[in-house]
Design a protein around this ligand. Sequence first.
Ligand code: N01
Length: 549
Amino acid sequence: MSERTSDIGKFDAIIVGTGVGGLYAIHRLRKLGLSVRAFEAAGGVGGTWYWNRYPGCRCDVESLEYSYSFSDELQQEWHWPERYGTQPEILRYINHVADRFDLRRDIEFNTRVKEAAFDSDTNQWTVRTDKGHIATARYCIMATGNLSTPRQPSIPGLASFTGKWYHTGLWPHEGVDFTGLRVGVIGTGSSGVQSIPIIAKQAKHLYVFQRTANFSLPARNMPMPPDKERAHKAEYAARRRAAYDTPFGIAGHPPPVKSALEATEQERQHAYEAKWAEGGSISFLYSYTDLLVNQESNDTASEFVRRKIRATVKNPETAEMLCPNNHPIGTKRLILDTDYYETYNRDNVTLVDIRRKPIQEITPTGLRTVAAEYELDAIVFATGFDAMTGALKEIDIHTDAGLSIQATWKGGPRTYLGIMMAGFPNLFMITGPQSPGVKSQMILACEQHVDWIADCIQHMRHNGLTRIEAEQEAEDWWVQHNNEVAARTLYPLANSWYMGANIPGKPRVFMPYVGGVTAYKKKCDEVAANGYQGFRFATILQDQRAAAD
Ligand code: N01
């Protein structure tokens, strides 16, 4: 941390991060009349969409859904050119929102929060940044994102590599031209699968180093059909409301009515074919009621996709390597692609199985597995993130009662509703662990949390309350409930980032709430309606009296 410090004052609320959640928090809290200050590590707004500029980066939720709902004018006026938004388009949209609602004036850019400390005498948080800023506020709102801490495996020899290397989550702003180069991509999650077809078109040769084959479905991206846009916008408000009554926060997909096992083989093939042709992951998982809870049902969908892979990829050995075989479909993030499997029919693309023949080291001129050496000019790490807890644990969050997030979350995250942690008063998280965030339409999830938090702060201000804290019993119950809900599904069967399985040494705990957006929002609303059940409020005076007793 810098030696020089500058006290930039007292605010009602400090917001950490200005992705979609943080930006909306600035807007919403300002409307309540609060003074806010946001800190942003990046040079601009947008969070994930600011950093992930890799070729082919695009959202896997349709653009008419993946957008803010809080301003009807905004949602009516903005035109999405394609079915799924590209990264540049989404970033353009987020910048437009920042300008339209004049959000930038309360943001310190290029400033990373390093520490947040709670003082119970004043019920205030003091935040310190890498630029030496010190700021205090009653409320601290962590809008730090779930996939914002890029993770690069420690493979020996990287420092000796004479070519260039990149991480998809920290992509250079000026872009990268792979023309004529021998390129290695490590990782075949969403980022790898989206970038591989594009890099393959540029590179002299592309080597894909795959540890785990993942399920991917065709996105079927297309220019936005004007009649679809018109129809959607005509009923936007109703659609936004309806989205809260769906498991993933996305409206427009008729809910399934029966188990995959109640259908005949022929019916199933027909249903999966229709979803395959339509494009989209939610619609595919919506084919039957039990694809995510019944292994036998899931097998029918998993096998359908494996057959598609075998039918697409001409080299049978490559096709077999691409067939996922160690997790049920949908238990890792189901990927949407454009020409991913087709890419392996190109002469300049080689798939390398590093599960059976692991990477040994990076050399000055490429990469060596236990079986062979590959000459490379560039390496792309599409190796993911320290998801859900990484960004929060990077900040030294602690209280004067001696609690720290690092110690409290040693065995995995613990939250009440994914919004607060017991022992950390006045500290809110947007889409924290144990909320549905990453298992839903993220902008809807951010709006729901920010609205809930804003209403809660409003309640406190009306009632002269200066402190809110999750009760330990409420948190314990929510953590247990979260685990029970996950255990009823197939999700824990996959070594996914949802489980923390991609980070060596990270506790294996299923982190998102998978009881569905409907149940979750109902619970949050009930908690608020019942006087914020499971939360304890106080004023400074009450605290002092309690201490004296
Ligand atoms: O990261 P990932 P991602 N040696 O963790 C491999 C969202 N997102 O950036 O599975 C070799 O999914 C790892 O292998 P394995 C979306 O929610 C959305 O792709 O651990 N390989 C895996 O193949 C997504 O789920 C969009 O065996 C190593 C890959 O790297 C999330 O972000 C687009 C390795 C990492 O896959 C993360 O996606 C992009 C090692 N040491 C991202 N370590 C859209 O909206 C890791 N791997 C479309």
